[in-house]
Design a protein around this ligand. Structure first.
Ligand code: DUC
Ligand code: ZN
Ligand code: ZN
Length: 486
């Protein structure tokens, strides 16, 4: 079928377009920021782009990033600053082929969720290059939070909350977890869980410190796999009791993946995310003078663990890939806030990865034959959009969807250096990796934003996303009665 061109703001022609689950030769017409036509040939258009040799894929959806997050005064690494604000963070997202990011608004103890959301908007508004949404972090589930604030969140376009089973300033007791899960169930919110057992970590950390074993490599020793496995199992059990779905974030340990797979086999609505650091880094990277650069929680595991993560992706025990971008510089503002010899306990957790997520997954997944192109699109674009209430607007190339499009050169070869990235962090843990396939042009809602390495728009075009409820969460009006309910 052919289409008439004059009515389009952009016509992208001559490329292979990933639509309806496969690459197809067709042209794309964009009007008013949306995909208005997919046709064999579209003439005209106010602007045209020749996509010959390119694969046109949906813009990436990175559902787990930390950008310009206010520091938690109770954190062990207090004072360490995030290097990326919404300008630099979303700029690097765009260059990496990601057109939607979901960041966090952390509630601090004694404060309201609303104050966290207000702070988020103040920091993001007018600064982003890509569209952005927010998850609320609940660290103080008071009656007011449970009975008034959580039920009102969806109206503000925030349909997911994150809770923690670790970090002294954030950890909830099992009783509090049950309360939050129940409130989220009633409100139709998706609960994301950071699953590590705090008491095991503190117990081990104390012993390691007493023995003088404080180098970053002991970060992994202080959080062995069972710490992740136990907390994952417990989070699943608590969610089963409440009868509500959960999404376990940044899952890296094979033993935790097994627990998730078993729960899913039992038919429980348990979803899980992994991140590139669990595929491409290992506990060996925590050794040496720069080990802190690869410190995140949960930590990267032994090299032998990575195949379990690939298998988890292939079997969909892991439903999506996010970056968990946590941008701390390797200097005294970030990782080295307490000096180069500080105990691992005082080193900010997290690594940068927003810009490298899509290229790494494309190269090591699709090009290396570990994932199909359809898997890549599902894991990095469509599934996150569905799980977080953004689909069909985001995550897919389809008529009526936002024209968030990335023209990939599938053969372009790059050796990664930090200098070629656009974040404000002074390192990438992936420096030196050879990548095949690169996002060359990026449109955000029909606006060409990155063009062959150049940023071609001013900041501020990225919009706040008022999200719908997650496709994984039952509507509050259709909740089944639980056995013990009157
Ligand atoms: N772990 C977290 O829980 N958040 C940010 C980064 C990290 O490593
Ligand atoms: Zn976390
Ligand atoms: Zn995180």
């Amino acid at each position: 079928m052919n289409a008439v061109g004059d009515a389009f703001d952009w016509v992208i022609h001559g490329g292979e377009v990933f639509t309806e689950g496969a690459l197809q030769r067709c042209d794309v017409g964009i009007r008013g920021g949306r995909i208005a036509a997919l046709a064999e040939r579209i003439d005209g258009g106010l602007q045209r782009f020749d996509a010959a040799g390119r694969w046109l894929l949906p813009g990436g959806v990175d559902a787990h990033v930390h950008i310009d997050q206010p520091p938690n005064p109770g954190s062990a690494a207090r004072g360490a600053e995030m290097a990326d604000n919404f300008e630099s963070g979303t700029r690097s997202a765009a260059f990496g082929g990601t057109t939607t990011v979901l960041s966090f608004a952390p509630q601090f103890k004694g404060r309201s969720l609303q104050s966290a959301l207000d702070e988020y908007h103040a920091r993001a508004h007018g600064n982003a290059y890509v569209d952005h949404g927010v998850h609320a972090i609940v660290s103080d589930p008071t009656p007011d939070v449970l009975e008034r604030e959580l039920p009102g969140l969806a109206q503000q376009g925030c349909t997911s909350v994150k809770i923690y089973l670790t970090y002294e300033a954030l950890r909830l007791s099992d009783r509090q977890v049950l309360d939050v899960l129940d409130a989220c169930r009633q409100a139709g919110l998706l609960t994301m869980v950071h699953a590590e057992n705090l008491d095991c970590i503190l117990w081990l950390t104390e012993r390691l410190e007493r023995a003088g074993l404080t180098h970053p490599r002991y970060h992994e020793v202080s959080r062995p796999m069972l710490v992740e496995r136990e907390a994952t199992y417990r989070a699943i059990a608590l969610a089963e009791l409440v009868e509500t779905p959960i999404l376990i974030v940044h899952v890296g340990a094979g033993e935790a993946i097994e627990v998730i797979a078993q729960a899913r086999q039992r038919g429980l609505p348990i979803h899980a995310e992994t991140c590139p650091q669990y595929l491409f880094l290992s506990s060996d990277d925590l050794h040496g003078d720069e080990g802190a650069k690869c410190m995140c929680s949960p930590p990267p595991r032994a090299k032998e663990n990575a195949p379990s993560v690939w298998a988890g992706l292939n079997q969909r025990s892991l439903s999506l890939v996010s970056s968990d971008h946590a941008p701390y510089r390797f200097d005294e503002t970030g990782k080295l806030k307490y000096g180069p010899r500080a105990s691992f306990r005082f080193i900010a957790n997290g690594i940068p990865g927003l810009e490298t997520r899509m290229p790494l997954m494309f190269s090591e997944g699709v090009v290396a034959g570990r994932l199909s192109l359809a898997d890549f699109v599902e894991l990095c674009c469509t599934a996150p959009a569905q799980l977080y209430g953004l689909h069909p607007r985001k995550g897919e190339i389809a008529l009526g969807a936002d024209a968030d499009l990335v023209a990939w050169d599938p053969a372009h070869q790059v050796r990664l250096t930090n200098a070629m990235l656009h974040h404000n962090v002074d390192y990438t843990p992936y420096a030196g990796m050879d990548i095949t396939g690169w996002p060359m042009q990026v449109w955000v809602r029909g606006v060409l934003t990155c063009d062959a390495g150049r940023l071609v728009v001013p900041r501020g075009g990225g919009q706040f996303l008022q999200r719908e409820r997650s496709a994984a969460v039952p509507h509050p009006d259709a909740l089944p009665r639980r056995k013990w309910e009157p």
